[in-house]
Structure formats: structure tokens, C-alpha cells
Design a protein around this ligand. Structure first.
Ligand code: ADP
Ligand code: MG
Length: 704
């Protein structure tokens, strides 16, 4: 059964990590680099030259021929341009391999083709990539050979962020300084740094590559635009945590190996709820590394799938009618000396620092629920959030029984005197051990759940970058910390002041806490009564980025300028319109060239068969006639909807880009697409399978 893998041996093999740096770099250089990584100290160019040289030597030993500044522009995917290490040939015709500090630190890709939302037009056309030395460089092996990848941030000539990384790093600095300020007040004098840590759980689908190739909708848009439900869906819950099929297991094995070599801590894998759906979770890491690793995970899933004759679908909703895919973003705050600030301990009611931090998070999430919702807005995610599946589009926080009880005590009496205990889980079977039980049960329907010592933000889409949600989380919590510190630093009696502030935040923001069923209609009504926003689509979410409140918080902490926010808003509207436009055009194309002709052939076959039977004898042809009538009727409906969609799509394309156009796509083009899909899906259930021009849902979901 295949070769065995020694994980410890291959882990981090292709990463220029701390061990490698310590081994390879002169002591002084290593120390200076550590200072840059840890304290953000500026790097001396001479030191950069030494690092670059050693990095190159190391990469060449790993077989690397090229290097690339690896960055995350606002396209949602990563970008790279490869340069080989060779320098100009010498007089003897040979070449030397070179890589300078300058090349390591700064790159200048032709930035003009990346979305900038007008930023470059207003300022300057140049874009620069700058080395993010806090996320380690790595050598990636693929068909191109081996390439040294250097994680970078991407900015304009005047320093505006053109990527996902820059604002994230800025937000990490913001929360670091405010969190330090807060814990100092509680007597912590030893921690030097507070870092947001993130563990994203990645969901995906796997389908057979040959079948994928026969679906133009999957090829062009990543999701199926037509498709009737198969007789079986996910109703039996037999896929979730089920035995992993051998073909998928072989795929997972290779994925893990690739990831481990790149220092990605692939940890958990299992089948998910929908047929053909799976999940992979790494062990959490500091936010910017987690963001990079999540990109590596998505790329690796795709790459390895291809090698196994599979296709990995990262779209949020590849199939209507079964669960879509998301990314649970687990988030916590950890100090450099290993303290998790979200750890309540066994008796949270006594843990005043924890209660202060927790109520600050409540305040942040309540105040900026719209921003958090926006950070998870993605075209594909519209099929999940606020549609008929997890999680709802309304942001609320699940605290669990224990913490909610503490909160209740605080609000009602101003004092929390006890914490509900976890106790033992009694199985009732003598031979089974009684296991310690958590004080709190889980809640799967909450978009923002406290899960023991971290918050889990469950709205993020499977295909989307996790940088924006973490940027928002870091920033809004930094703001809450700052406002608390401003009050507490001035207080005469610290203990009283903390106590009052916790009570005040708990009461002011209790409306965001909800422990019940987030899927129920009753919650939608209750949330409306509480005044919580229910933002159903991406186009409705986008404006949250430019409210006065949003601009203020982002500018205050230097995360985004107003101009950067404006550019992002513009890019989001454009991205939305373009994505829906591609879907509409793909539908038109598939209907014109594949579906309508197939149905015409089928009706002809029916008509021929009616005539043939009539010629042969006078047997009853009512079944064929009935089918022919029904099919012809649906065909007419299809053609009408098709014509209508062409017309509306044409109107949309003619509009000027921006909010109005995106909203037109949302309110007019999408309904026209749905109107075309309905009769086609009905036809799929009638037409001879041999004649249907593409693999069915059943073929795709139950084959791998
Ligand atoms: P599940 O919620 O599915 O049971 P786990 O408890 O295994 O999942 O954790 C899911 C993710 O949360 C993993 O990536 C894990 O590393 C991450 N995680 C665990 N503890 C923390 C923490 N303190 N901060 C951030 N992420 C964490
Ligand atoms: Mg989870």
C-alpha cells in the first residue's frame, strides 16, 4: 500500500525557516534579521545582501532555477513573475547565479494589469512588491521545476496598498499595540508582543477531471449553472465523517506530503456534509502566515487533484441543492510568551482580564457587524449567506452557556460570582471511561462562535482570501481595546473602573449575543427587533466599507486610507458585475450550443418514433405524444427565457461600471438566469440521458 512517509523528516524541508537561517547565516546577520522579524527594525542593505546570497545558495541546492516575489493582488488569487538566478554571461560564455539583497527586498512587477480601483490612475502607475520577512520563503516544486517563492506585499509608488497583505500587516500592528496597552494595565509586564493567530478550515469538492471537462459551466465559472438534483443528495448524512474513499485518500496523502514539505501544518482531513465534499484544516499560525498558507493549501489542492485525474472545486456553491463550501476562520490573540488572551480558564467569572477582552470583542463585533459581513462578501458566497444554508447573513455571537451565564450575572447584579462547571460526561457503559465534558455545547449555526479559547468566524467563503476578515477583526478589536484603555488609564480606582466598563459593554452589546438556532425564521425576526443588520448579498454589503464609522476606524489605525477604501469598493463592484456577466454568458452559450440542440434532437426522435409506430401498426402512442408535448412546451419556455437573458445581459454590459451596474446584475440578470435554469433542469429529468449533453449532478457527485 504505497510508500510510508516520515512526517518529521519531510516537514518544512522546502522552507527557509528559522533553523535554516540559524544554520546558514552569520550570527550577526541572523540576529539583525530576527530583530526585523520580531520588532520591525529596518533591514540594513548590506545585511539583506548576505541573506539573499544564502537564500539563493539554499534554494539552488533544492533544485531551484528561478525566484519569484509571491504576492496577493486584489484578484482573489496569488500572482508571481519568475526570474531565473542567472546573471549576464561572462567573457568565457559561462553564467553565474546571482541574487542580491535588492532583488530580495523589492520587486517591480508590471502592475498596470492588476485591479487597483483607480488608485494607480490617480497616483502613479508603478507598483512594488516588498519582502514580508515575517512569512518564510519557500521552494515550490512543480512542472516548472523548483522556484524560490518570496512572500511579499504589493504597494503603489506612493505607498497605497494594492493587495490583501499590506492592510493585514498594518492591522496586526494595530492590535499588537492596543492589546499590549491593555494587558499592561492588568499587570502584565513581560509579554513583548501580541499576535493574532488564525486556523482556517478549508472545504472543497472533488470531481472527476474527465467529467469536469464536459461541463462548460464548471470550466468557466467554477460552479454548475444547470443541473437537476440526483435521486440522492446529502439527506442520509452518510458522507459526513464517512470512510474516505481510496481515490480520495490517495489524493489527500499527496496533498499532505506537499504541504508538509512547505511547512504547512496540514492536520485534519475528513469528508464533509455533501457528497464529494471534503475538508482540510492546518494547525493555527500567526495571521499573515495563515493567510499565505491558506493560499498554498488552495493551490496545492488544485495541483494535486489534476495529477490524480481529479478537479478540485473551491467555489462556494458548485452544486445547487447540497451544502456549499466555506472556510471557518478560527481567531485568537497570543502573546510572544505563550499566553492565549482568549483563554477563560476554569472560572471565567474570576478572570477579569478575560471578561474585559471578551466584552471588547462583543462591542467590536456589534459596532462593526456590517464590516465583518462585508469582509466575507464574495460572489459565490451569496449562495450561502442568507440563502438556505449556513451560516445566516446576520452577524451574532455565540458565547455558550457558561459565558452567557457569567454575562447575565454581570448585567443583572453587576457581579459575577460563579461559573457553570463542565462536569463529567457519563456514557452509562461501565467499560467506557467517563470523560471530562466542556462547560459549553457547540452551536453550528452561529456565524461568530466562541469555541473554548478562540472565536470562530464561519462566514468566509471557501474560495476567498482570509486576509480581509482578519484585517477587519484585528482592526475593530484594536479600536475596542483602545477605547477601553483610554478610559482605564485615566481611572483613579482601576478595579472599580474595569468592573464598571465590563458591565457597561456587556449591557450595551448584549443584543449581539445569540445562542439559539441561527437558521430559524424566528431568529430573522428577533434580529430585526434587536436592530441587527441582515445584509443578504455582496452588493448590499459593499457600502459598509465607506460609512463614516468604517473610514474613521480604518484611518485611525492606519489600516486603510479613504482612497484605499474607495478603490476597494470600486474593485468589489466590478468583480461582482464581471463574475455574474461571465455566468450569464456561459449560460447563454451552453443553452444555445448544447441544451437547445439536444432537446431539439430528442423531440425529433420522439416525433420519428410516433410516426414509425403509427406506420407499423395502430398501437397507442399517447406516451410518446405526451412526452413530446411536454418537452416542446419546456423547450419553448427555455427559448423564451434564453432570449430574455440575452436581452438583459446586453443591457447590463452597456451600463457604466460601478454600483448601479453591479446592482442591476444582482436584481435583473440573476433572476433572468434563474428563469432559464428552471425549465432546463426540468428537461434534464425528461430527456433521454444518452442525449443530454453533459454529465449530471449524480455523475459528478457520486463518481469519485
Ligand atoms: P473544529 O471546530 O472543527 O472541531 P478544531 O478545534 O480542530 O476544529 O480547530 C479548528 C481550527 O482551529 C484548527 O485550524 C486549529 O488549529 C484552530 N485553532 C485551535 N486553537 C486555536 C487558537 N487558539 N487560535 C486560533 N486557531 C486555533
Ligand atoms: Mg470548526
Amino acid at each position: 500500500m504505497g510508500d510510508f512517509v516520515n512526517v518529521a523528516e519531510i516537514f518544512g524541508k522546502n522552507v527557509f525557516n528559522d533553523t535554516v537561517m540559524q544554520e546558514r547565516l552569520p550570527k550577526k546577520v541572523y540576529k539583525e534579521l530576527r530583530q526585523t522579524i520580531e520588532e520591525g527594525k529596518e533591514l540594513d542593505p548590506a545585511v539583506a545582501d548576505v541573506i539573499a546570497h544564502e537564500m539563493k545558495e539554499w534554494a539552488i541546492e533544492k533544485g531551484a532555477t528561478h525566484y519569484t516575489h509571491w504576492f496577493q493582488p486584489l484578484t482573489g488569487v496569488t500572482a508571481e513573475k519568475h526570474d531565473s538566478f542567472i546573471s549576464a554571461p561572462m567573457s568565457n560564455g559561462k553564467v553565474l547565479m546571482s541574487f542580491s539583497g535588492k532583488e530580495l527586498i523589492k520587486g517591480e512587477p508590471d502592475a498596470s494589469s492588476f485591479p487597483s480601483g483607480g488608485l494607480r490612475a490617480t497616483f502613479e502607475a508603478r507598483g512594488y512588491t516588498a519582502w514580508d520577512c515575517t512569512s518564510p520563503a519557500f521552494v515550490r516544486e512543480d512542472a516548472a521545476g523548483a522556484t524560490l517563492c518570496i512572500p511579499t506585499a504589493f504597494c503603489s509608488y506612493t505607498g497605497e496598498a494594492l493587495d490583501q497583505k499590506t492592510p493585514l500587516l498594518r492591522s496586526m500592528e494595530a492590535i499588537n499595540s492596543q492589546a499590549l496597552r491593555l494587558i499592561r494595565l492588568f499587570g502584565n509586564t513581560t509579554s513583548k508582543k501580541v499576535t493574532p493567530c488564525v486556523g482556517p478550515e478549508q472545504e472543497y469538492f472533488l470531481v472527476d477531471a474527465k467529467k469536469f471537462q464536459q461541463r462548460k459551466d464548471l470550466i468557466y465559472t467554477g460552479r454548475t449553472l444547470f443541473g437537476a438534483m440526483p435521486p440522492k443528495g446529502q439527506e442520509l448524512d452518510d458522507h459526513y465523517f464517512g470512510t474516505i474513499r481510496q481515490r480520495v485518500a490517495a489524493f489527500m496523502k499527496d496533498v499532505n506530503e506537499e504541504l508538509w514539505k512547505l511547512g504547512v501544518t496540514a492536520k485534519t482531513q475528513h469528508n464533509e456534509v455533501a457528497p464529494a465534499q471534503h475538508e482540510l484544516a492546518p494547525i493555527y499560525a500567526q495571521a499573515n502566515v495563515a493567510v499565505d498558507h491558506n493560499q498554498i493549501i488552495m493551490q496545492t489542492l488544485k495541483k494535486v487533484a489534476s495529477a490524480h485525474g481529479l478537479k478540485c472545486l473551491l467555489h462556494e456553491k458548485p452544486f445547487a441543492g447540497v451544502n456549499g463550501s466555506g472556510k471557518h476562520n478560527n481567531w485568537s490573540l497570543t502573546t510572544d510568551d505563550g499566553i492565549n488572551l482568549l483563554e477563560p480558564g476554569k472560572t471565567p467569572h474570576e478572570n477579569i482580564q478575560f471578561l474585559m477582552i471578551m466584552t471588547c470583542v462583543l462591542k467590536a463585533v456589534d459596532t462593526h457587524a456590517d464590516l465583518l459581513r462585508e469582509s466575507a462578501a464574495d460572489v459565490g458566497n451569496d449562495h450561502r449567506l442568507g440563502a438556505n444554508e449556513a451560516p445566516p447573513a446576520i452577524i451574532s455571537v455565540f458565547l455558550g452557556e457558561q459565558l452567557e451565564d457569567v454575562l447575565e450575572q454581570l448585567i443583572s447584579t453587576g457581579m459575577a460570582t460563579h461559573s457553570i462547571k463542565g462536569g463529567k460526561l457519563r456514557t452509562g457503559v461501565k467499560t467506557l471511561p467517563d470523560v471530562a465534558k466542556d462547560a459549553t455545547d457547540r452551536n453550528r449555526t452561529s456565524p461568530f462562535a466562541f469555541t473554548g479559547n478562540k472565536f470562530e468566524f464561519r462566514m468566509v467563503g471557501s474560495r476567498d482570501s482570509i486576509a480581509p476578515p482578519n484585517t477587519v477583526l484585528n482592526t475593530i478589536v484594536a479600536e475596542a481595546f483602545k477605547e477601553a484603555c483610554d478610559i482605564l488609564e485615566k481611572a483613579d480606582n482601576f478595579d472599580d473602573a474595569v468592573h464598571d466598563l465590563i458591565k457597561q459593554y456587556a449591557s450595551d452589546h448584549q443584543r449581539i449575543v445569540f445562542n439559539g438556532n441561527g437558521y430559524s425564521e424566528a431568529w430573522v425576526e428577533e434580529a430585526a427587533r434587536r436592530g441587527l443588520p441582515n445584509i443578504k448579498s455582496m452588493v448590499d454589503a459593499i457600502p459598509a466599507m465607506l460609512t463614516e464609522k468604517a473610514v474613521r476606524v480604518f484611518e485611525e489605525f492606519g489600516v486603510f486610507t479613504r482612497a484605499e477604501l474607495e478603490s476597494r469598493v470600486e474593485i468589489q463592484y466590478e468583480a461582482y458585475a464581471k463574475a455574474i456577466n461571465i455566468e450569464a454568458r456561459a449560460m447563454i452559450d451552453i443553452a444555445t450550443k448544447q441544451i437547445i440542440p439536444a432537446v431539439v434532437r430528442y423531440t425529433k426522435a420522439l416525433a420519428d418514433s410516433i410516426n414509425a409506430v403509427k406506420e407499423a401498426c395502430d398501437a397507442d402512442v399517447s406516451v410518446q405524444t405526451e412526452l413530446l408535448k411536454k418537452t416542446s412546451l419546456l423547450l419553448k419556455e427555455t427559448k423564451d427565457a434564453h432570449t430574455k437573458l440575452i436581452e438583459i445581459e446586453g443591457q447590463a454590459v452597456a451600463m457604466e461600471e460601478g454600483a448601479r451596474q453591479a446592482n442591476f446584475y444582482h436584481s435583473n440578470v440573476i433572476p433572468a438566469m434563474e428563469a432559464l435554469r428552471a425549465p432546463v433542469d426540468e428537461l434534464e429529468m425528461i430527456v433521454d440521458k444518452e442525449m443530454w449533453p453533459m454529465p449530471s449532478y449524480g455523475d459528478l457527485m457520486f463518481d469519485v
